[in-house]
Design a binder for this molecule. Sequence first.
Ligand SMILES: Cc1cc2nc3c(=O)[nH]c(=O)nc-3n(C[C@H](O)[C@H](O)[C@H](O)COP(=O)(O)OP(=O)(O)OC[C@H]3O[C@@H](n4cnc5c(N)ncnc54)[C@H](O)[C@@H]3O)c2cc1C
Length: 461
Amino acid sequence: MSGRIVDRRPALGTGYHSRTSTRNRGAAQRAAPTTPSDRSAAMKHDVAIIGGGIGGLTLALTLHRAGIPCRVYEASPEIKPIGVGINLLPPAMKQLAELGLESELARVGILTADACFFNRFGQLIYREPLGRAAGYDWPQISIHRGDLQMVLLDAVRQRIGDKRIHLGWQCTGVGQDAGSATAHFVRLGSGEALPDQRAAVAIACDGIHSTIRRQLYPDEGPPLYSGVNMWRGVTRWRPFLSKASMTRVGWLATGKMVIYPIRNNIDAEGRQLVNWVVEIETPQHTLRDWNRAGRMEDFMPALKDWRFDWLDVPEFIRSADMILEFPMVDQEPLPRWSFGRITLLGDAAHPMVPRGSNGAGQAIIDARTLADCLAATEDAAAALKAYEGQRLEATANIVRMNRKNPPDAILREVYLRTGDKPFANIDDVISKDELRALSDGYKRATGGDKAALQGQTRAAS
Ligand SMILES: Cc1cc2nc3c(=O)[nH]c(=O)nc-3n(C[C@H](O)[C@H](O)[C@H](O)COP(=O)(O)OP(=O)(O)OC[C@H]3O[C@@H](n4cnc5c(N)ncnc54)[C@H](O)[C@@H]3O)c2cc1C
């Protein structure tokens, strides 16, 4: 393990050093500077964001709101709406609402109404309301990852400007000296060297295969396979259950599914775009590539009898627009993210298995915390350390919780107690109190507890 980064090369590009002073904090939290002289002063406090995914774009918006200028460097030559479904839980929606994005996200996504847990025989185990329906001050939103990224990108373009988004810039490494951080780039595809970029701080938002994490921890190795492979897709389908249900069915040993709608009214028949994931314990896997096509024959045998009164699963899957295959991976939590003027954020900092709808949400919360820390002191390294102090252990807990006791622990419990057989009456298998305790335990451990979350807001207002 290393982590010491010292760059003695002369830096090119925009140069500057410190950041918004504590004295100017109130001003920094108002709108971004608009006059030419304000702008040139602000240029002295620029942040280089490496990666224009969910975390990087949210960071750009939170920094902008705090009056801190930034530039985004994204490896892809074009940001396209790639991916399948993501759920945004109330803690993440709280941050996005404060950025003024709630109504746009609600327009393009779906306000998730409830969570439903079924066994593989289609018997209902547990149902609970979610988001506003559960009394939170913020909704839970089920959304296509691409739609979320486009809402964030449009806001960055409108508020910060296209000139601050550099596409096709693949970061190859970062360095620093006493006064600044420097990021090195090549053009993705051609490999042509691009000018070094200097900033007060460089933030690695470059995802699960982060180049900067690899530079900081060269001996870490590839992401760790959980033993569960996933096939993900989207299908255009008629609304089912509450028309906004997040549904989990079965168990990993014999095949589990997560199914939820992510776009409403996509055609004249009022169908929805429905996201689905099949998760099966599988010994072998290949490295995660977000675009690898999956094969129906690899998982369909596990689901062939899943014909429920609310969904004919085999027919639903055969009607899919596309199928992708990803291994379920994470990494051991790191001892440290911040090294002087460089830190990690989102999946680069804490990749987690996607079993609790927390991957995108935790990147969003990181972004808000980091912007607040940068706004609170002019000492860049101290700000990055403070951010790490608030977020490293909190996210490490979620990484561990997602491995052992995510919300689908409810399904594991019923699978074990029934010996994977149909039940006559669920109350004879597990009590409502036990079910609620399993669900609430995950929320408490991962920052999603309603009372705590709403208490924080009331205390701050
Ligand atoms: C193409 C794609 C599809 C995805 N699909 C899903 C999905 O369907 N469901 C789901 O739950 N999660 C998906 N994810 C992951 C999900 O977005 C993240 O887990 C989560 O949102 C955390 O966000 P992040 O910003 O840390 O990482 P990401 O959203 O993964 O963003 C990382 C960004 O960094 C860029 N990048 C990588 N390396 C470099 C480099 N060297 N220099 C510059 N830029 C770089 C990437 O192109 C990407 O835009 C996907 C990610 C990607 C990149």
